[in-house]
Design a protein around this ligand. Sequence first.
Ligand SMILES: NC(=O)c1ccc[n+]([C@@H]2O[C@H](COP(=O)([O-])OP(=O)(O)OC[C@H]3O[C@@H](n4cnc5c(N)ncnc54)[C@H](OP(=O)(O)O)[C@@H]3O)[C@@H](O)[C@H]2O)c1
Length: 161
Amino acid sequence: MIAIVAVERNWGIGKDGDLLVRLPKDLAFFKESTMGNITVMGRRTAESLPGNRPLPGREAIVLTRKTGYAFGDAKVVRSAEELLSVVSGSEKDVYVCGGGQIYEMLLPYCDRCLVTRIDADIASDTSFPNLDAMEEFEVESKGEPVSENGFTYRLFVYRRK
Ligand SMILES: NC(=O)c1ccc[n+]([C@@H]2O[C@H](COP(=O)([O-])OP(=O)(O)OC[C@H]3O[C@@H](n4cnc5c(N)ncnc54)[C@H](OP(=O)(O)O)[C@@H]3O)[C@@H](O)[C@H]2O)c1
């Protein structure tokens, strides 16, 4: 699995159920990366999507503990184990798309993390694990800085050692 996330300087990812900033080029990168593949997200992140429906062109899987839950045409799973059995054998890439609970739960299954690092301190109430503090991950590549909407950010690809 591959985690894909945008973080501020302290690895914050969201506040009050929403993203921290709107970065259209980064959203385009997210779209390009995930298109045609499998996206996995928690119920809260799924319900924050535009139009409150799964992202088009991608196979959507939503994690919830609720019974009888439906989210458009997404597959709904109730545990990491069920998720793993649903995606096993798929030839598509599996992108872990958040939010905080789901990143934390599925990071042990991710061998790559595509991290857009925003060079700003932005107040957050949800975060991604600090990969720089984890022995298991190393930086594989760093993209060029991009400036948009008053923010500068760059893509870091982390790889499991
Ligand atoms: N910066 C980024 O790249 C990025 C990306 C995505 C999201 N975000 C942000 O992250 C925030 C949302 O994150 P969050 O942590 O509050 O919520 P979340 O991870 O999106 O979803 C949490 C929900 O997932 C379900 N869940 C969690 N663990 C589960 C398990 N073991 N088995 C089955 N279901 C499980 C539960 O759903 P039920 O309550 O239905 O049981 C839980 O309430 C928002 O602010 C969002 O904007 C940021």
